[in-house]
Design a protein around this ligand. Structure first.
Ligand SMILES: O=C[C@H](O)COP(=O)(O)O
Length: 252
């Protein structure tokens, strides 16, 4: 791992009723306060919007961040069912995920829309976790790097910095499938993303690039040890205290 401090982010997706979500957040807060040493990473929880305020309350002043899973690109207005970035910030969120492949697929979100969402996040003072990743078909065609770099070109706004933006590389075929990308492929992709960031933003050494896709305690040490992997975006394994904590522990 480089000098960049890793970020381990849990994306709860559309999971957890209130009791489960509060138990999960308080279980992690208890782990943190009982840990003999501080974790060697930053920790972020992204619960469903219905639980975000409660999770922020449970986490209190403990060193675990909370974030949204999506935001609208407008500041406010007639967008039934949507949430503005400023609303997330208002209830204590520090981050928001934008451009997750499930949003791109389920809601037809384009990279252009995702860039607008990242701008809205920045305007609200949030750190945007911008997701990119290729489908299995695109990888089989040998187009993985060009697809991901193309997504970055459009999804990242001009104002992106290492302080206000995190990149999450998630091969779509590895999400929730139990399959992970080979470490050589992860290394190749993360190096390509780093190069792309440097081309675009100059000194890009500070940007954190997360890997996501079936990360669990059993594979976390190997994946987090890959060059340019600066943490993980975790779905399924973030729903169990022991599993998520096991991934956090892998950063030591
Ligand atoms: O946002 C998280 C990712 O989509 C990864 O999900 P997963 O760990 O369940 O594969």
């Amino acid at each position: 791992m480089s000098g960049r401090r890793p970020l381990i982010a849990g994306n709860w997706k559309m999971n957890c009723l209130r009791a489960d979500g509060l138990a999960l957040a308080s279980g992690l807060a208890a782990k943190l306060s009982a840990a003999p040493d501080k974790p060697a990473c930053d920790i972020l929880l992204c619960p469903p919007a219905t639980l975000l305020a409660d999770v922020v309350g449970v986490l209190g002043h403990c060193d675990i961040h909370a974030g949204g899973q999506d935001c609208h690109f407008d500041q406010n207005g007639a967008h039934t069912g949507d949430i503005a970035a400023s609303m997330l910030a208002d209830i204590g969120a520090s981050h928001v995920i934008v451009g997750h492949s499930e949003r791109r697929a389920d809601h037809g979100e384009s990279s252009t829309v995702i860039r607008q969402k990242a701008i809205a996040a920045h305007d609200a003072g949030l750190i945007a976790v911008v997701c990119v990743g290729e489908t299995e078909q695109e990888r089989d065609l040998g187009a993985a790097i060009s697809v991901v770099c193309g997504q970055m070109d459009v999804s990242l706004p001009e104002g992106a910095t290492a302080e206000n933006t995190v990149i999450a590389y998630e091969p779509v075929w590895a999400i929730g499938t139990g399959r992970t990308a080979a470490v050589e492929d992860v290394a190749e992709m993360h190096a390509a993303i780093r190069r792309k960031l440097k081309e675009r933003f100059g000194d890009a050494d500070g940007f954190r690039i997360l890997y996501g896709g079936s990360v669990k305690p059993a594979n976390a040490v190997e994946l987090l040890g890959v060059d340019n992997v600066d943490g993980a975006l975790v779905g399924g394994a973030s729903l169990k205290v022991e599993d998520f904590w096991g991934i956090i522990d892998s950063c030591d």
